[in-house]
Design a binder for this molecule. Structure first.
Ligand code: DC
Length: 225
């Protein structure tokens, strides 16, 4: 199989993006972080005084969101109106806003369309919430990552530490639980394991172990040596 897609879904902090980035590097294929796209729409709203919970206003703002995604040094950089916002979208505020705008049908349609176009004609590892159930329905490899909320909150705090952003552990954990609820209970393309996805609980696994398990699954499903 020359061209193939690897769809990775799971809740916030399950290790999706770290493992997807490592996989893309090892397999020499493109990594697409779809959560970053929802975060960028949220950041646009925050910067322009648009309430991320107000469907009508977000839909109106959507036409003005000028988002560009570039692959640089094997990683994804995301630009909003020409400005690199790759780090800025990692804030808790942008994360919560992303979960709000992600319930809106028009937002999802626009971003899913972009995601499908990006995956055309090349091999990708794409991570998100609805990749296996909606965006890349025919992906030969579908993975669903899970982990306990406590462990996921610890990981998120580690990321915020690295970015030098301030946080409070309990509020990070609460936000993760709130986000799980939003993501799993929304009307359009909720977070859900695809029937043909392989679930991996990452709570007690290192990133390396998760990556190796997925490589084995990719080999099995694609016949790759
Ligand atoms: O993976 P993340 O934390 O960067 O995602 C931010 C939010 O975006 C998350 O709460 C749900 C939403 N999202 C989504 O609805 N669908 C995707 N494919 C990716 C993210």
């Amino acid at each position: 199989m020359n061209i193939y897609s690897v769809a990775i879904d799971g809740p916030a902090g399950s290790g999706k993006s770290t493992v997807a980035r490592l996989l893309a590097k090892e397999l020499n294929i493109t990594y697409i972080d779809t959560g970053a796209m929802y975060r960028t729409v949220a950041l646009y709203c925050i910067n322009n005084g648009v309430d991320t919970k107000n469907r009508k206003d977000v839909v109106k703002a959507l036409n003005s969101v000028q988002m560009d995604i570039k692959q640089e040094n094997g990683g994804q950089k995301i630009f909003l109106s020409g400005v690199d916002v790759t780090n800025e979208i990692r804030s808790q505020r942008a994360g919560a806003g992303a979960s709000d705008v992600a319930v809106i049908k028009e937002v999802r349609e626009k971003l899913v369309d972009m995601q499908r176009k990006m995956a055309q004609g090349m091999s990708v590892v794409m991570d998100g919430r609805d990749i296996g159930t909606n965006v890349l329905l025919n992906a030969p490899v579908k993975i669903f990552l899970s982990a306990s909320a406590e462990e996921r909150a610890k990981r998120r705090c580690g990321e915020l530490d690295k970015l030098g952003l301030k946080y409070d552990f309990e509020s990070v954990k609460k936000q993760i639980e709130q986000r799980d609820f939003n993501d799993m209970n929304r009307e359009f393309n909720p977070l859900k394991k695809a029937d043909d996805a392989v679930e991996i609980d990452t709570t007690f696994l290192s990133i390396e172990q998760v990556k190796n398990k997925i490589i084995d699954i990719i080999k099995q499903k694609t016949g790759m040596k």
